[in-house]
Design a protein around this ligand. Structure first.
Ligand code: PLP
Length: 436
């Protein structure tokens, strides 16, 4: 369905809610201005309705989480809510925790290596990253890590060790251990950046490194696809130096890039994989999945868990995640992503040649349009204006990259070619109206 605007955007109800929110929510969370945000009431498929009754097409899947109202996830939640809302995660857990861990093992390490994986569940994505970093410290007895410029792994203190966007670290840097070496992220088809990465890697004392933490495709960093040998080179380096390879697939996982996991494009098997976002399609649940030998670095517990949280293995989240994993295990899901991404590619290719469009890139249903001014400067100012104009015409889209100059597309898998063409047509109009 194409968007339908009933009132101005933001409408009076959203404006009123924004003012109320400003009184009670801490600054630096929801951005509020005269034109932003709208407040969501409900969603169905690719459509979102705001509090004023306006209908939008969501090209973000709400940060890559949801296909909106996926029948299977909603049904699982409804069913589970009749039986059990909460259990004792690491003491007397919900039965569904067992089932979810078995499924996660089956879809990752059992598929890749024939051996069981082991799982640490969490709530937010950053917790999965922190669980992986703790595992690496235990498994190697080392403290230091390698991460990448432009990388994003969430905002907990542990996850900030890996943050490659300085803005997120800066105010807290005095409380973050100086254990990270950040390398340039080598971009696809960019010889200087792979050379810079290799040179920087050579200078690292591998005997001190517990883990290399990387996204297979950077999301928040600006939908940056790495050089095709990147993951293989990391795998080899880790093997050579006894470090663990942690792949953060919180954004790229669950068919976002066309394969169940993005690492499968290169055939590289990580030691630890971090999952979240689309794992449940809408419930805050995450997982750090590792190979059995690596995860068995955690000592046996004698009663007091070394790593847990109140909501670990929450049965509602487990039920939604199980339903979602069952969907992902069906070949139809990959087929749908392939079909939809072909439509998106065709539509986006019509934007090539517009003066601000520096590059259109990405894999599967994770695409970005990099905008630059004619003098080469990142055009974050143009991107944010376009995003604002699109909101007013019923399209939800966000900019990514530290300079905010990449329009990021992570639409729900079921978006139709008609909806894609409509949105890309509106973007073309906006780009034409903003000559750099
Ligand atoms: C690659 C990646 N890792 C980790 C996170 C953090 O996840 P969460 O916000 O659920 O903590 C994100 C969130 O955008 C992400 O894109």
């Amino acid at each position: 369905m194409l968007p339908e605007l009933i009132t101005a955007v933001p409408g009076p109800r959203s404006l009123e809610l924004a003012q109320r929110l400003r009184q009670v929510e801490c600054r630096n969370t929801t951005f509020v201005s005269a034109d932003w945000p709208i407040f969501w009431e409900r969603a169905d498929g690719v459509n979102v309705w705001d509090s004023d009754g306006n209908r939008f097409i969501d090209l973000t899947s709400a940060f890559g989480v949801t296909g909106h109202g996926h029948g299977f996830a909603a049904e699982a939640l409804r069913d589970q809510s009749q039986h059990l809302l909460h259990a004792m995660g690491d003491v007397h857990p919900a039965r569904l925790k067992v089932e979810l861990c078995e499924k996660l093992s089956a879809l990752t390490f059992e598929r890749w290596t024939g051996q069981h994986g082991k799982i640490l569940l969490g709530n937010s994505g950053f917790e999965a990253v922190e669980a992986a970093l703790k595992t690496a410290a235990l498994a190697t007895g080392r403290n230091s890590i390698v991460s990448f410029e432009g990388g994003y792994h969430g905002l907990g203190y542990g996850a900030l060790l890996g943050a490659g966007i300085p803005w997120f670290r800066k105010p807290f840097v005095g409380q973050i251990a100086p254990v990270t070496t950040r390398l340039p992220f080598p971009k696809i088809d960019d010889c200087p950046s792979i050379e810079a990465f290799r040179e920087a890697l050579k200078k690292i004392d591998g005997s001190k490194i517990a883990a290399v933490l990387a996204e297979p495709i950077q999301g928040r960093g600006g939908i940056v696809v790495p050089h095709e040998t990147f993951l293989t080179e990391l795998r080899n380096w880790c093997d050579q130096h006894g470090a663990l390879l942690i792949l953060d697939e919180i954004y790229t996982g669950f068919h976002r890039t066309g394969k169940l996991f993005a690492c499968e494009h290169s055939g590289v098997v990580p030691d630890l994989i971090c999952l979240g976002k689309a794992l449940s399609g809408g419930f805050p649940i995450s997982a750090c999945v590792g190979s059995k030998p690596v995860m068995d670095a955690w000592p046996e517990t004698h009663g007091e868990a070394l790593h847990t949280s109140t909501f670990l293995g929450n049965p509602l989240g487990c039920a939604m995640a199980i339903a979602s994993l069952d969907e992902h295990a069906k070949p139809e899901t990959a087929e749908l992503v392939a079909k939809t991404s072909a439509s998106l590619d065709t539509a986006l290719s019509t934007l090539t040649g517009l003066s601000q469009v520096h590059q259109i890139r990405g894999t599967g249903l994770m695409k970005g349009i990099e905008l630059r001014h004619s003098d080469g400067r990142p055009a974050g100012d143009v991107a944010i204006q376009i995003v604002g104009k699109l909101l007013k015409s019923g399209i939800l889209l966000l900019p990514d990259a530290p300079e905010g100059h990449v329009l990021a597309f992570t639409p729900p898998f079921g978006i139709t070619p008609e909806e894609i063409d409509h949105c890309v047509g509106k973007i073309a109009t906006q780009l034409t109206n903003h000559p750099c």
